[in-house]
Design a protein around this ligand. Structure first.
Ligand SMILES: Cc1ncc(COP(=O)(O)O)c(C=O)c1O
Length: 365
């Protein structure tokens, strides 16, 4: 017996390990671990989430297949009609769902690496091919090459991420307009949009979500994993054009958003002021971290509009930096491939996380 050819031949996506596993491997207490590898929110959820979860009832009953209460709350929060909204078990689920619904064998999607790995993973898993148009040295999109590839390969979907993971660059209005003028579905992944503004509006001035109902080819993906500190509960959502909704509803798992996830997401939407203060703390810690990383002789940090900072390593291999920090309980992400040769990505943490990271980086030679 054998699994299918496609899955067998595909490269695997490597997820990040949870903190208790990392701690027990090192024989360290969990509180000593500095976890800066998965762009999580170190301040965790709102206290209203803990209260709502503690008084959660009806766990013996399947959750609402349409996530109505959550979608109503999202519609109100974002000014988007509820009929254009679909919730998912993380934005990850929605990327896969979309690929399943749109991509047929022989179709292609277009990705602009370096970027989030699930776009190519889910395209390939769902029998699509990936047209790859690498970003330029400053991580901007190569619009000329994208335009040409769209003419030649006619990708069904173009995945774009703003701010992009792993560099934290926000797309320009010109880049967005260019993509929206192409005859492909544009998935704009705004997983980190809440970290862009310096004020406390949680990215509302930046998001394109309110444009979705007026356009035929724009999809916005959002998540509660980052700004709301709910990564462990798996909840995200998307705004999709009306013509796609029936197919998405038909294809999704019937009870894809569990009760704890939707309860927590609704409570988070009720406590946006509290959560916005945590986002503001991370925004100001991003500046501190950037300055401290700039003082490390073997690192060159890139300005970021997100809750992580990408750095080029010069003189020390990125893999060695990662391994040596990990041995001390400080976890970061490293890249060493054709597009990112010797880069590390560090999630923004609390002030004490920055202090420990810098202390360990200073100890590396
Ligand atoms: C760009 C981007 N999109 C989506 C996700 C996944 O979000 P979720 O936790 O909602 O599945 C991530 C997670 O790191 C991400 O970096």
């Amino acid at each position: 017996m054998k699994a299918g050819k496609r899955i067998t031949e595909m490269p695997a996506y490597t997820p990040i390990e949870p903190v208790d596993i990392l701690a027990s491997r090192l024989g360290m207490p969990v509180e000593k671990i500095v976890k800066m590898d998965a762009n999580e929110n170190p301040y965790g959820p709102s206290p209203l989430v803990r209260e709502a979860l503690a008084s959660m009832d009806m766990v013996h009953i399947y959750p609402d297949p349409e996530s109505r209460l959550l979608r109503d709350a999202l519609a109100e929060a974002h000014g988007v009609p509820v009929n254009n909204l679909l919730a998912g078990s993380g934005a990850d689920e929605l990327i896969d769902l979309l690929a399943r619904v749109v991509v047929e064998p022989g179709d292609s999607t277009l990705i602009c690496p370096p970027t989030f790995g699930m776009y190519s993973f889910d395209s390939l898993l769902n029998y699509g091919e990936c047209v790859v148009i690498p970003r330029q040295a400053d991580f901007s999109l190569d619009l000329t090459a994208i335009g040409k590839a769209v003419e030649e390969k006619k990708p069904k979907i173009i995945f774009a991420c703003s701010p992009n993971n792993p560099d934290g660059r926000l797309m320009t209005p010109e880049e967005i307009d260019f993509l929206l003028g192409l005859p492909s579905l544009i998935v704009l992944d705004e997983a980190y949009i809440e970290f862009t503004q310096e004020n406390l509006d949680l990215g509302r001035g930046r998001t394109l979500i309110r444009q979705v109902p007026q356009r035929d080819n724009l999809i916005i993906l959002r998540t509660f994993s980052k700004w709301a500190g709910l990564a462990g509960l798996r909840v995200g959502f998307g705004a999709f054009p009306s013509w796609l909704m029936d197919s998405l509803w038909k294809a999704k798992q019937p009870y894809n958003v569990n009760l704890a996830a939707s309860t927590a997401a609704i409570a988070s939407l009720k406590d946006r002021e509290y959560l916005a203060r945590n986002v503001a703390k991370l925004q100001s810690e991003r500046d501190v971290l950037f300055n401290r990383l700039s003082d490390i002789p073997f690192l060159k940090p890139y300005p970021s509009q997100s809750n992580f900072i990408l750095c080029k390593a010069n003189g020390l291999p990125a893999r060695q930096i990662k391994t040596e920090l990990a041995a001390k309980g400080v976890f970061i992400r490293y890249y060493d491939n054709d597009l990112l040769r010797d880069f590390i990505r560090i999630s923004v943490g609390r002030p004490q996380d920055t202090v420990e990271l810098i202390r360990q980086l200073e100890g590396l030679k």
